[in-house]
Design a protein around this ligand. Sequence first.
Ligand SMILES: Nc1ncnc2c1ncn2[C@@H]1O[C@H](COP(=O)(O)OP(=O)(O)OP(=O)(O)O)[C@@H](O)[C@H]1O
Length: 215
Amino acid sequence: MAEGLILDDLRIAQGARMLVALNEAVGPGEVLTVMGPSGSGKSTLLAAITGTLAPAFALSGRVLLDGRDITALPPESRRTGILFQDELLFPHLSVGGNLAFGLPRAVRGRAARRARVEEALAEVGLAGFAGRDPATLSGGQKARVALMRTLLAAPRALLLDEPFSRLDAHLRDQVRRLVFDRARADRLPVLLVTHDAEDAAAAGGRVIRLDPEAP
Ligand SMILES: Nc1ncnc2c1ncn2[C@@H]1O[C@H](COP(=O)(O)OP(=O)(O)OP(=O)(O)O)[C@@H](O)[C@H]1O
């Protein structure tokens, strides 16, 4: 069975408008960058993969992850992880609470869950931050917590919806490197949506462009 993420004749239409039509295979540790003008369907493509496509769209074809057809599965069963432009940390939870939220239920017991959270924080240079309010973190720290929250759920594919675009140039480079290094180390296929040619170059993989038919 083929490892990685496969978009098998995946088509997304909005009424008579064909937004996305793709045949792509993204191997473990490989990054496929998706570019295209605003409104061309980049976020919609990611939603089709995570299982959160709005009812306004019609989907055909298949999404395969590690050989498993996930096209019709509910989002929580797909094992796809996504990072957005806004970190979307829960403001009412501590940093540790945010990370614990990402942990699979299979990690049982308060002590074991706490240990996994501490380990994750230490991995991104944030040891001791578990009790902090997310509002007190810098942009780069929030980005690292958001990455670890996504990775703690043990996804088999990583989807990135412009996650670097709000960071300043220096941080952007750091966080980008962290994300791509982790994806390679965990052998995750990555789909990167971006407007930024530098992001695409840093990703180092193939680039495709969405050019939807005019309505
Ligand atoms: N929930 C929705 N219901 C109906 N139409 C939607 C919905 N979300 C997006 N659209 C429409 O679908 C098309 C694709 O939008 P999408 O957000 O995927 O584009 P994008 O390429 O990600 O754009 P951007 O670069 O601006 O983020 C647009 O015409 C948009 O207006």
